[in-house]
Design a protein around this ligand. Structure first.
Ligand SMILES: Cc1cc2nc3c(=O)[nH]c(=O)nc-3n(C[C@H](O)[C@H](O)[C@H](O)COP(=O)(O)OP(=O)(O)OC[C@H]3O[C@@H](n4cnc5c(N)ncnc54)[C@H](O)[C@@H]3O)c2cc1C
Length: 325
């Protein structure tokens, strides 16, 4: 049985893994994919020691650090459910694994589900971060990856010299729009508020762009993504109810993030945003279960904060494991 299972493959999970292996724990990291939001972060200028770097380089360095310590990492594993068992250990079921329903749950074939554990560990750190919030507009699902994207770093280069829309009003939208200025022919920014909520330096950089390069449309609601095989336009409505359409080939939705916290047991406390509540030691209300990084209710989602919490969670887990010996 594992001492510690770390779920996630980014800033918080990497640090948790480094600290855990150096403390001699029998541990494993499992993740859907390595890199997380760090890999999609574009330019990073606030990671101490590196001056200016970028997300891909930093996440490669994270992985190399884990390799250096020969930490066991399994990629392509999506956790579905964590269950605390009667003996105090944690049963972790995954999508690709052997989970065939929850114990007692009625399955489609009328049989009763049986909880099978793909991993069992004495302690678990949840470092699963966040995923982008969807708008819920018509055509959004249909044109996802056919023009509609939630990752500018990944997809903006596909729209070199084309026209794109960026939807949102915070830092992610501002950064996306500025990336569009460098890459695309023209960028529309669709903001439902009368102003931006982000860093002043980004706001002034964007709002001082020439009008033929950046057109900002304030106080409108994005209604629909339209197209044929691929996206051709975005419809939005203004306060007076008038619906207009802009012709774009790409649309980048940046309207916030949703924590990947649905995998924890039902009795784990969360805040109204779905973030897992932790104390200063990254403990949840369930002994032996920890949360670190963006999935937790820590304010200010940043790489240094996620790494700090990864460290805290492991050191707390070490004390917990020692107390159970
Ligand atoms: C566009 C953008 C730019 C940013 N720029 C900066 C910046 O310049 N500086 C800065 O400090 N911060 C920046 N951030 C914030 C920073 O990226 C995050 O704070 C940081 O990545 C959080 O790390 P994390 O380990 O908590 O989670 P994440 O990086 O979100 O990683 C979560 C990991 O969990 C895995 N996972 C999720 N669900 C499951 C599951 N069910 N089963 C298994 N694995 C799962 C994912 O595959 C991923 O590997 C930026 C964020 C964005 C979106």
């Amino acid at each position: 049985m594992l001492d510690l299972l770390i779920i996630g493959g980014s800033a918080a999970a990497t640090t948790a893994g480094i600290y855990g292996i150096r403390r001699g724990l029998n541990l494993k990291i499992i993740t859907k994919e390595f890199g997380g939001e760090v890999a999609t972060s574009g330019e990073i200028g606030n990671w101490p020691g590196d001056g200016m770097t970028d997300g891909i380089t930093l996440s490669d360095k994270f992985k190399n650090h884990l390799k250096y310590y020969k930490v066991n990492i399994e990629e392509g594993i999506e956790v579905e459910k964590i269950t605390k068992q009667e003996d105090g250990t944690f049963c972790v079921s995954t999508k690709k694994g052997s989970n065939v329903g929850m114990a007692g749950e009625k399955m489609a074939d009328g049989k009763e589900g049986v909880l099978k554990c793909d991993y069992v560990a004495k302690a678990v750190i949840v470092a699963t971060g966040v995923h982008p919030r969807e708008l819920g507009a018509m055509g959004e699902k249909e044109f996802r990856n056919k023009g509609v994207s939630y990752c500018s770093t990944c997809d903006m280069p596909l729209f070199t010299s084309k026209t794109v829309a960026v939807i949102g009003g915070g830092n992610s939208a501002l950064e996306s729009a500025l990336m569009g200025v460098d890459i695309a022919k023209k960028v529309y920014v669709i903001n439902k508020n009368p102003g931006f909520k982000g860093d002043e330096v980004l706001i002034s950089k964007l709002t001082s762009q020439p009008k033929d390069k950046v057109e900002i449309i304030y106080e409108v609601d994005t209604k629909e993504f339209v197209g044929d095989k691929f996206l051709t336009g975005v419809k939005y409505s203004s306060k007076d109810g008038q619906v207009r359409e802009i012709k774009v080939e790409g649309a980048f939705v940046h309207i916030g993030m949703v924590p990947n916290s649905q995998i924890v047991p039902e009795n784990v406390e969360k805040n109204p945003f779905g973030e897992i509540k932790v104390n200063v030691r990254c403990e949840t209300n369930i002994p032996g279960l920890y949360a670190a990084g963006d999935v937790s209710d820590i304010p200010f989602k940043q790489i240094v904060i996620a790494t700090g919490q990864g460290c805290l969670a492991t050191l707390s887990a070490v004390q917990y494991l020692n107390s159970r010996k």
